[in-house]
Design a protein around this ligand. Sequence first.
Ligand code: ACO
Length: 334
Amino acid sequence: MDNVRAAITAVGHYLPEDILTNADLEKMVDTSDEWILSRTGIRERRILKDPTKATSFMATNAALELIQKRGLNPEEIDLIIVATVTPDMFFPATGCIVAAQIGATNAWAYDISAACSGFLFALSTGARFIESGKHKKVLVIGADKMSSIVDYTDRTTCVLFGDGAGCVLLEADSEGYGIQDSIEHSDGSMWDALCMLGGGSLHPPSPITLEKRLHHLHQEGPPVFKAAVKGMADVAADVMERNNLTGDDVRFLVPHQANLRIIDATARRMGVTMDKVMLNIERYGNTTAGTIPLCLADWESKLRKGDNLVLAAFGGGFTWGASWVKWAYDGDGN
Ligand code: ACO
């Protein structure tokens, strides 16, 4: 199966309707539109306000859009991998709930937890099942309801995150399209710079964890920023260098959308001009595992068969990685 690659053959997405703007946040914490925009590039984000709906709702809707666009029979899906740090609950896996809701009765399903690198890690994992010949159709979903763990009294984090979901279908390709190469890294030595301390086996839920607000995302911004700039730029450059790609060869950089300044540093390191960078952070903020497939969904109509894309991410763990993808279809359906 040496010449078989996993190709992205369809894309789907879901964004909640409710919008939280910088002006709204100015009324909630001591911040300003000017600070948020200049430090992060974010103007607004989507929020899944309905308290009865969770990550599986967004993941299911993204998957249903893909199924409908592609005219796919859900029973043909072999495997569903959901990347998320905001699963509906610790267990069962959100993937199992999504599989049931979309009618993927022949699929097995599980979740991957790699924070903002979750979609890339899930994509690499799903690709192995296609490359091995074991599976024909793998659905990879990145979905996070970040509003369920963000502390809306903490101005250093609440301005950054939004809710959303995106997904791709992976199928075998033997004509040279699809995922060409990937690099993944993790380093847990700074795990506590970006984490949610409460609710797990270290700090099970208790009145004390509630009082200390341990059930919210915690981030030490400057050290994470420093590591993210280096990690994302280095890994994107590494995947290019080992495949002899130059900035001119790359049609689009598809970066994780955490901060415009991190994206800018990555693009410069790659020799890619900003007009070739997929950017939607301004409208959606950081949707964690959702950002990269949401970019692909927004840009799908502009993509052409053979386009070289470099996908890159950095997130909690720390985790980081990059993939070189040769796009497998014309996005406008021609
Ligand atoms: N409004 C106004 N002022 C603020 C706000 C705010 N929302 N947030 C922080 N400040 C203040 C700080 O208190 C600080 O004030 P001080 O100098 O009086 O102490 C000042 O602004 C500067 O704060 P910094 O944290 O140094 O600001 P910085 O320029 O580093 O930007 C940011 C903060 C945007 C969070 C940045 O550090 C960042 O992007 N970090 C990386 C995010 C990331 O990549 N995360 C990984 C992915 S997320 C995941 O995996 C789930």
